[in-house]
Design a protein. Structure first.
Length: 342
């Protein structure tokens, strides 16, 4: 009977364990770093204090669509409007915003005729309409050929979304109608845009130049970064690109990855300057206390985590919370600065 009870108890514990998702500390830090890096890639190059309207039609910028100010945009994308990062903070705080990632050749709409009941708080001398802006279903909060929101509360299938470099809509990889390469892949053109721009078929290296590997498998041999350099630049083709509104393909600064790298570099510079300014603002006592506090934290955290490594235990959220609660308790016991250090 005792063995049966132990078995039942173990089974119950196993069920409980199977429902508990745990992460190692390294995994948590890696996820945090990835989130910070992705945010910096999209927002790092943007100005969060000045409306981008004054800069004209930017080659690329992070944009948002406000469904609070323009609820009819949910049904009609053409009624939608794109607002810059700064306006999302200073003019639409708390609103129902759709994150559009980045769009090319766009000028901020905030406060223009698309917003009958809103004036831009950052710059109100704007034209009624930005004629060169382009709008698609993303401004309504929908994506892909399935015309669904992202994330989709009714879709249980986890799937990566990829942005078409021409129409700039986003597509589930399972809805692209082709097998997505697992590596050597950085840009995608959707089926609709290929059909609309048939000249692209002349640059389909996968169909024209498969290479034979040692195992006999075929693989694509196109450089995902430099393929645009292969586009013809004769006078006739240049006119065609202009007529089809795809001349941006020849712009070496157009690829999204270049914008992302610029954002990451700017974000890194801001952090480094902030850290340097902060350290320079401290007096001698504060600086010594700051360094001592950092070393104290590092020493105690290493000591605390050592027991988990020795026992091969996973660090859970409550473990980290317990550690910092203990550190805060120790800090409260020595908040008074000795009189001889003042």
């Amino acid at each position: 009977m005792a063995d049966e009870n132990n078995t039942e108890e173990n089974n119950a514990n196993n069920v409980e364990d199977s429902d508990t998702v745990t992460l190692t500390l390294n995994e948590v830090l890696e996820l945090e770093d990835e989130l910070i890096e992705n945010t910096a890639a999209v927002l790092g190059a943007a100005n969060d204090k000045t409306c981008s309207y004054v800069e004209g039609y930017l080659k690329r910028q992070a944009l948002y669509s406000c469904l609070t100010c323009i609820p009819e945009a949910k049904e009609d994308p053409e009624k939608g409007a794109g607002i810059c990062l700064a306006c999302s903070y200073h003019c639409h705080d708390g609103h129902d915003l759709v994150e559009l990632y980045t769009k090319r050749n766009f000028r901020c709409d905030c406060g223009n005729s698309k917003f009958p009941n809103l004036e831009c708080n950052l710059f109100n001398e704007k034209s009624d309409i930005n004629d060169l802006n382009s709008y698609n279903q993303n401004f309504s909060g929908f994506y892909c050929v399935c015309h669904r929101p992202y994330p989709d509360p009714e879709d249980p299938v986890p799937d990566e979304m990829v942005q078409c470099i021409i129409c700039e809509d986003w597509y589930h990889t399972r809805h692209l109608g082709t097998e997505v390469p697992s590596n050597n892949f950085s840009e995608m053109i959707c089926e609709a845009c290929v059909k609309k721009n048939e000249f692209l078929l002349h640059y389909d290296d996968k169909a024209k130049k498969p290479s034979q590997s040692a195992e006999g498998d075929t693989s694509e041999e196109i450089d995902p970064i430099t393929w645009r350099k292969e586009l013809c630049t004769c006078d006739d083709c240049l006119r065609m690109y202009e007529n089809e509104d795809v001349a941006f393909l020849l712009d070496p600064e157009d690829p999204v990855h270049l914008y992302e790298e610029k954002g990451k570099a700017k974000a890194k510079e801001i952090v480094e300057n902030h850290d340097r300014d902060f350290m320079n603002s401290l007096n001698r006592v504060q600086l010594v206390d700051c360094i001592a506090g950092y070393n104290d934290l590092k020493e105690h955290l290493a000591e605390y985590l050592k027991k988990f490594a020795e026992n091969k235990k996973i660090v859970r959220e409550e473990d980290i919370r317990e550690f910092f609660e203990g550190m805060n308790a120790r800090k409260k016991q020595r908040v008074e600065v000795p009189h001889y250090c003042r």
